[in-house]
Design a protein. Structure first.
Ligand code: KG4
Ligand code: ZN
Length: 334
């Protein structure tokens, strides 16, 4: 009993095998294209697609070997159907559909964001529905009321940049290479967060929306005005990280005080951020709420989260009824 899952929405090829009967991740592999795109300062979509093509079959064979599972033992193939780069999605979807057709097993399209949101279910200590989901990635910053599997209601989201995108853009202003978010967080550790004070956008508004675009301008202005000051990039990084994570903290608190939810589940690339983790764990203690995080490697893109959602859909019979490629690259999912 094993579902094979394929994640290829952006610059990572992720493969995983999940035992849907036992509810257990058996094996997973991830190949990152960071080195390929680094010299361009960001992801080049066409190069990403070509690299997925090169890697997808060798990684599939490796993950099957790790799991000691044969092609003929597979019960289904899940793949990321979107959002993502269209060419990159096409590679994973074509591969999954061809494999499903050849093996005569169901194919299961999975939404990348649902994968992120439920990544904490890959851990032994799983959250329970209902919960408040904070989805913070390179493309999304959303607060989601999660009632049950597949039943999600958007409570608020960013009005401009996603928080991960803002981390990456501020990193660029500070001269850090792609991918900037984690490097900015590292640099911030050596700075003083009080040297500059950046605003907490929309903090006094009742809506549960975010805005991160203005923080980029704050960072740029601080840099242009003080670029000759010692350690200034680290101070700006620290001030930005403090403001961005405070914004997330403030809206999580408002949501948890407004809705009768006793659990907070954080997901997406920015959930790897240690300052955010400390602040939201503190909020959990303050409000008597349990806070769940995926392990660090499952915060950013990976195949395991697609396998988890694929397995849940498979068990519910939510499978494709024909062997047609079914992708939707658009960002809005709720
Ligand atoms: O979820 P993800 O891997 O891809 C998307 O679906 O977007 O998220 C990637 C984002 C990037 O913007 C990256 O800079 C950010 O997550 N990120 C971080 C950290 N690690 C990754 N941002 C802040 N601190 C981190 N430690
Ligand atoms: Zn992602």
């Amino acid at each position: 009993m094993a579902i094979l899952a394929i994640e290829s929405s952006c610059d990572e090829t992720g493969l995983a095998i999940y035992d849907e009967k036992a509810g257990r991740l058996i094996a997973h592999r991830l190949y990152s294209q960071i080195a390929l795109h680094a010299k361009f300062g960001g992801v080049v979509p066409e190069l990403a697609s070509r690299d997925h093509i090169r890697k997808i079959l060798p990684l599939t064979k490796e993950v099957l070997r790790d799991a000691e599972v044969d092609f003929k033992d597979l019960t289904g193939v899940a793949y990321t159907a979107g959002p993502g780069l269209i060419g990159a999605l096409m590679v994973g979807a074509s591969f999954a559909v061809a494999l499903g057709y050849a093996l005569k097993i169901p194919v299961i399209p999975v939404n990348h964001l649902e994968g992120h949101l439920l990544a904490s279910f890959l851990e032994e200590d799983q959250p329970e529905f209902p919960f408040l989901g904070l989805l913070v990635s390179g493309g999304h910053s959303q607060l989601v009321q999660c009632e049950s599997f597949g039943n999600y209601q958007l409570l608020g989201e960013t009005l401009d940049d996603a928080v991960g995108e803002a981390f990456d853009k501020v990193a660029k202003i500070l001269g850090l290479p792609y991918p900037g978010g984690p490097l900015l967080a590292k640099l911030a550790k050596t700075g003083a967060k009080t040297r500059f004070h950046f605003p907490r956008p929309l903090a006094d508004r009742p809506e549960l929306n975010f805005s991160f675009s203005g923080l980029k301008t704050c960072a740029l202005n601080a840099y242009l005005q003080h670029q000759n000051e010692e350690n200034v990039t680290a101070h700006i990084a620290a001030a930005f990280e403090d403001a961005a994570t405070d914004s997330l903290l403030i809206k999580c608190k408002q949501a948890l005080q407004r809705y009768p939810l006793k659990t907070l589940v954080v997901a997406g690339g920015v959930s790897a951020n240690q300052v955010l983790r400390a602040k939201l764990n503190g909020l959990g203690k303050e409000l008597g709420i349990k806070v769940y995080w995926p392990r660090l490697e499952f915060c950013t893109d990976n195949g395991a989260m697609i396998a988890y959602v694929g397995a849940q859909k498979f068990l519910r019979g939510e499978i494709a009824t024909n062997y047609q490629i079914d992708i939707n690259p658009r960002l809005n999912w709720l």
